[in-house]
Design a protein around this ligand. Structure first.
Ligand code: SF4
Length: 388
């Protein structure tokens, strides 16, 4: 299967193709904007720390006052709007503070004590071998390589404890299929109610009644199903070892259980595909998925599957991921990104240092500085990676 990158430089944040136009009613939109304004301007006894005061000032400017005409401004996109609709009043300001850090800090290359986003992988093991994924790399998936494993509950608890009250946007996903960890239900129980936006990315092939109840009863706010085709043949060619009919059946089961038992669950469902070539028919994708999930999106293909053997490039721009997110692998090791799936760039393990120490460590700062000084060409594998 031929995989085509659409551009020489990959910016994940700007590579989304939104198929199902998220429907935002004008009246609802205006009501939410008024709600945000009310919260930003109402007198508050709570003392904010420095960067929070600055963010509130910037939010007021970007959304309402427009006194400063900055190049990078915070906007309420339709996706953010849908999240805000589900956020309770007492959490709205907290949501905006963290969303601002996630959207703006990586753009202006600013960091504070914690990463704006944390991805925790419940496992590095996957039951699929998608053609564009590092799971096709035999050195990685070899049982003796040391890369493969399920996260223990103790490790998950440590990761959650370190993130709680510091990071509000968490994804349970990275190199493996999260639902393949037999402890996933217990993990979700432990993190229930601790984050404003807990997301799971899954191929949906292992969804069953127990896992669906675990997801719906433990405050998961976004559930992303990874799928890139609307017909069985193409699906199985891209998502090797996968069957579309099984995935559809599982998602229907999810929807039935949600409708019958959790009709008030504050969860957004999304299908997210990877655009790898011209054989994918977006119209068919939209027709198939739009009645099953709330949102349908695609991201451009980026050569993730083996960065270490790609050619060196001459990209000079900094990689925004160094300011946006951090990963915690199943064994507690942290990493700045998953393109470096063999953790060459790792700056430490959560059993040795806490995530704030790692995020602010000299090793991380050196990495950021090299990128800022246009010297990413000196760093392996950033010198072969096309992500900015
Ligand atoms: S390998 Fe380097 S440039 Fe590529 S995503 Fe990771 S940190 Fe960014």
């Amino acid at each position: 299967m031929e995989l085509k990158k659409s551009k020489d430089i990959y910016n994940k944040q700007k590579s989304f193709i939104n198929l199902s136009k998220i429907k935002v009613d004008k009246k609802d939109h205006d009501a939410q904007i008024a709600r945000i304004k009310d919260f930003l301007y109402k007198p508050c006894k709570k003392k904010y720390v420095d960067n929070q005061n600055e963010i509130i000032k910037n939010l007021k400017n970007d959304l309402f006052e427009k006194k400063e005409n900055k190049e990078t401004q915070f906007k309420i996109t339709d996706t953010i709007f849908k999240e805000i609709e589900l956020i309770e009043d007492q959490n709205l300001l907290k949501y905006l503070l963290h969303r601002y850090r996630y959207d703006i800090y990586p753009e202006v290359l600013k960091s504070d004590a914690y990463p704006p986003y944390m991805q925790i992988e419940p496992t590095s093991i996957c039951n699929y071998r998608c053609v564009f994924c590092f799971q096709t790399n035999k050195e990685f998936t070899d049982k003796k390589s040391g890369f493969m494993g399920h996260m223990k509950l103790e490790t998950y608890k440590k990761a959650v404890d370190q993130c709680q009250d510091n990071i509000e946007f968490i994804s349970l996903a990275s190199r493996g299929e999260p639902l393949s960890n037999p402890l996933i239900g217990k993990m979700l129980e432990y993190s229930n109610g601790k984050f404003l936006n807990l997301k799971i990315n899954t191929n949906a092939s292992l969804l069953n009644e127990n896992k669906i109840h675990a997801i719906l009863s433990n405050d998961v706010r976004t559930l992303v199903f990874s799928a890139d085709a609307a017909d069985e043949e193409l699906y199985s060619k891209l998502r090797v070892r996968g069957k579309l009919s099984k995935v559809l059946k599982n998602i229907e089961l999810f929807n039935n259980i949600k409708e019958k038992k959790y009709s008030n669950a504050k969860i957004i469902t999304r299908v997210s595909g990877v655009k790898v070539n011209e054989f994918q028919n977006f119209k068919e994708m939209e027709n198939l998925w739009e009645n099953l999930v709330d949102q349908v999106v695609f991201v451009d293909y980026c050569p993730w599957e083996d960065v270490y053997n790609d050619k060196k490039n001459h990209i000079k721009q900094s990689c925004s991921e160094l300011w946006r997110r951090m990963y915690i692998w199943w064994d507690g090791k942290t990493n700045p990104c998953e393109i470096d799936f063999k953790s060459v760039l790792s700056a430490g393990n959560i059993f040795e240092k806490n995530i704030s120490e790692i995020w602010k460590s000299q090793k991380y700062e050196d990495l950021r500085n090299k990128h800022l000084m246009q010297k990413r060409g000196l760093i392996e594998p950033c010198n072969k990676c096309v992500s900015i």
